[in-house]
Design a protein around this ligand. Structure first.
Ligand code: ADP
Ligand code: MG
Length: 397
């Protein structure tokens, strides 16, 4: 299966050379990378202060840059064929209707400055192997790559969890996207051959190795995400659920503080939809922890059951799936060697994630390319991905 491997030094060197050529720098070039991510399980739990289990993947944004004396950033996106710039002197979040990609870059600069981190202007070029807007977190990769390119030389870099929180703040307040912390965390703190169990209340991370006999395959439905206002509505419903439960259960600040028994005794006090949203979150948190155990024990049967239960819950209780995602998961379930499969990310389009035994990826790919296209009229994309380390400088020979 074709997949670009950023970790492969030949491919990496060619990619770096191409970026350097485009930049046509007169002096030393600063080369940085930040990965996208796929979430194995734990959907919509991050903003409920719960658990998520993403892995950083070998789909990455790279930035080649050269510093200059101006308090200004000028950046070219190879994918978009566009150069944009902004000044570091008058950064301020403002309600903007006309958000563009450079706002993710400027928002990172703004949030870093707010956090007291010294910046420097640069001229740069970025390229990406993360498909835009398909749920593999190109926006967080853009932010984390920016955070490395724009940091003043010699300045101490805060730990990954702090960088995640800073860049998330930029996306929330400057760009105006109300995302949780998972995407930035995965891009900042990813670990090769592993997923990250993130406790979104304490920001504690537990590196969770993925069994060597399993591969991660991402299937893109090619159905544009129609997330619209649904994400914010789900957030509000979850927050309402937590508030209503807290009226009877002291100490509940978010759905993270609610366990199955507590939910059960409060269910009939919640409006039906809110009850469904809460059931998803409470049980999804449990499924994340059970998935970590199943990965540790190599319990493939449990992985299959947990991914299926997560998908069903996202479809029926949280109501964020769509026919294309359901078809993709149905097809994967018929392929021998596919251990587990579910929608991943915000839903309403985007991708599924599957765990497959080595050798089964081709069968999955063939089946999806044929059956998914037949059933939906859409042309899917299938990527076998490798897990990688989080964002950092690129040191090539
Ligand atoms: P996701 O993060 O799931 O890929 P988002 O909608 O959160 O989707 O972020 C996508 C946005 O990130 C794009 O609309 C664009 O503004 C920015 N972006 C991502 N990749 C690039 C790129 N290669 N060049 C410029 N901007 C990019
Ligand atoms: Mg995003």
């Amino acid at each position: 299966m074709v997949s670009e491997r950023a970790g492969n030094s030949n491919t990496g060197a060619a990619r770096a050379d191409a970026l350097r050529m485009r930049l046509a720098a007169s002096g030393p070039v600063n080369l940085v990378r930040a990965p996208g991510r796929v979430n194995l399980i734990g959907e919509y739990t991050d903003f409920n202060m719960g658990f998520v289990l993403p892995a950083a993947i070998d789909r990455e944004i790279w930035i080649a840059s050269e510093p200059w004396d101006r308090a200004e950033v000028e950046l070219t996106s190879v994918e978009l064929g566009e150069t944009r710039s902004f000044s570091l002197e008058d950064l301020a979040p403002k309600a903007r209707q006309d958000t563009t990609w450079i706002d993710y870059v400027a928002g990172t600069a703004w949030a870093m400055r707010e956090a007291g981190l010294p910046l420097r202007g640069f001229r740069g070029v970025l390229d990406s192997t993360i498909p835009l807007g398909s749920g593999l977190s190109s926006s967080a990769a853009l932010e984390l790559a920016t955070s490395l390119a724009i940091a003043a030389p010699g300045a101490d870099r805060p730990p990954a969890a702090t960088m995640a929180a800073i860049t998330q703040r930029g996306e929330n307040l400057y760009v105006g996207v109300n995302c949780g912390i998972m995407d930035q965390f995965a891009s900042a703190a990813g670990r090769k051959d592993s997923a990250l169990l993130i406790d979104c209340r304490s920001n504690d991370v537990t590196v969770t190795p993925i069994p060597k006999d399993l591969l991660i395959v991402v299937c893109d439905t090619s159905s544009p995400r129609r997330l619209g206002s649904e994400y914010n509505t789900r957030r509000q419903e979850c927050e309402l659920g937590a508030r209503l439960i807290a009226e009877k259960e002291p100490g509940v600040k978010s759905l993270r503080d609610v366990d199955s028994a507590m939910l059960e005794r409060n269910l009939d006090r919640l409006p039906e939809k809110v009850a469904h949203r809460c059931m998803h979150i409470v049980h999804e948190n449990e499924r994340v922890l059970e998935t970590v155990t199943a990965l540790r024990e190599g319990d493939l049967e449990a992985l299959g059951r947990l991914f299926a239960a997560s998908h069903d819950s996202l479809r029926d209780l949280l109501e964020v799936s769509c026919p294309e995602l359901d078809v993709m998961v149905e097809i994967a379930a018929t392929v021998p060697g596919v251990v587990a499969s579910r929608m991943t990310g915000g839903g309403f389009g985007g991708c599924t994630v599957s765990l497959v035994t080595h050798g089964a990826e081709e069968a999955l790919r063939d089946k999806v390319m044929r059956d998914y296209a037949d059933r939906t009229g859409l042309t899917p994309k299938v990527y076998a991905v490798e897990t990688v380390d989080g964002a950092g400088k690129i040191e090539l020979p």
